[in-house]
Design a protein around this ligand. Structure first.
Ligand SMILES: *Cc1c(COP(=O)(O)O)cnc(C)c1O
Length: 345
């Protein structure tokens, strides 16, 4: 078997959710959009429901429909993108709660699904989704008369605790919602870590549950082991891979492993990244190919059966730093070819 093995620790996911829930002064939801950040909503969401999560968030209605089948009738499932044209039947059949983002969506929802639960998404400064203060001021009486079950907004800079945007968005959100008799949701992972003032009634962590920054105390969730297909010796002066970008400066042993950028191992991380043989780092030699990576195992002293890219020695955030991106992108890029193994749960 030459596919790499992605191991996903469901117990670590539960421990992370519980730790965030313990820090959060209100109720804690789970964000499972993008197939639970690439880790598999079919396994992750029911595990979190068993651990006590009663509220789940997805990006689009199409993600909510299968989630309803996985979770059964009871948990609340909210859709960030709200009520889009053609969504009504899916929202109704699967009892999904759209977070209404605009007057257009409000009208569409009231016409297509009168009486069907909905929430309101407000823009407190990120300028991505939700009603702006003026739009909300014009619409709020009509919207509130139809009994929204949740009002939410989203922080743009929550992973930077000292950023002035955080208190500014908090003030805007409070101006727009103080005194209303509707539960409120504001904090993502970073927002939970900021301060209790950001917690309101329901927090919405995602990345921290899956072991990423800014939740520094998170248990690592993902391990990626890649089998070695072939090993070879190089003489000084020989080169490795596309564009000859690695040249041996000493007698060198190269291992070729069976994964590449088509599996979400971003090419940009190559120059700064090693794969690990137990406790020994083995640097990537030359460019990451589509399905293969060459690794300098000279200092290892033996030919390993496999090498580890993600694990205790190298987190998703280290890889993100090496590639100039964020842990979220590393997780959601994880490839479809991996053999996925779930432990715990
Ligand atoms: C993705 C997302 C979250 C979760 O954010 P994390 O930073 O992963 O905790 C919460 N709310 C909204 C609106 C989101 O889009």
């Amino acid at each position: 078997m030459s596919t790499a093995t992605l191991t996903i620790d469901l117990d670590a996911i539960v421990a992370n959710w519980r730790a965030l829930d313990a820090m959060n002064t209100s109720e804690t939801a789970a964000v499972v959009k993008a197939d639970a950040y690439g880790l598999g909503a079919a396994r992750v969401a029911p595990t979190l429901a068993r651990a006590g999560a009663r509220h789940f968030f997805v990006a689009v209605a199409e993600e909510g429909a299968p989630l309803r089948e996985m979770l059964g009738a009871v948990p609340a499932i909210y859709v960030f993108s709200g009520h889009m044209p053609g969504d009504a039947e899916m929202l109704r059949a699967h009892k999904l709660i759209p977070m209404i983002n605009s007057l257009d969506q409000m009208i569409r929802h009231a016409e297509a699904l009168p009486g069907h639960p909905f929430g309101i998404q407000l823009d407190s400064g990120m300028n991505r989704l939700g009603m702006e203060p003026a739009e909300w001021a014009a619409l709020r009486q009509i919207a509130l008369a139809q009994n929204p079950t949740l009002i939410m907004s989203h922080l743009a800079c929550a992973d930077e605790p000292d950023h002035a945007m955080n208190p500014q968005q908090l003030a805007t959100f409070r101006e727009m919602t103080d005194g209303l008799d509707v539960p409120r949701s504001f904090a993502n992972t970073g927002g939970i870590l900021l301060d209790a003032a950001y917690h309101f009634d329901l927090a919405r962590p995602g990345i921290g549950v899956y072991g990423g920054r800014p939740f520094d105390a998170a248990h690592p969730v993902v391990t990626l082991d890649i089998p070695v297909i072939q090993c070879r010796d190089l003489l000084p002066g020989e080169t490795v891979g596309y564009a000859n970008s690695f040249t041996a400066t000493r007698p060198t042993r190269i291992a070729t492993v069976a994964a590449g950028y088509a599996d979400g191992i971003l090419r940009a991380m190559g120059p700064k990244t090693s794969l690990w043989a137990d406790d020994t780092p083995c640097p990537i030699a030359g460019r990451i190919s589509m399905d293969l990576i060459c690794v300098d195992i000279t200092d290892l002293g033996h030919d390993p059966a496999s090498l580890q890219l993600i694990g205790p020695h190298q987190t998703i955030d280290t890889l993100a730093d090496n590639a100039g991106t964020i842990g979220y992108e590393i997780l959601t890029s994880l490839g479809a070819r991996y053999t996925r193994r779930y432990i715990g749960g």
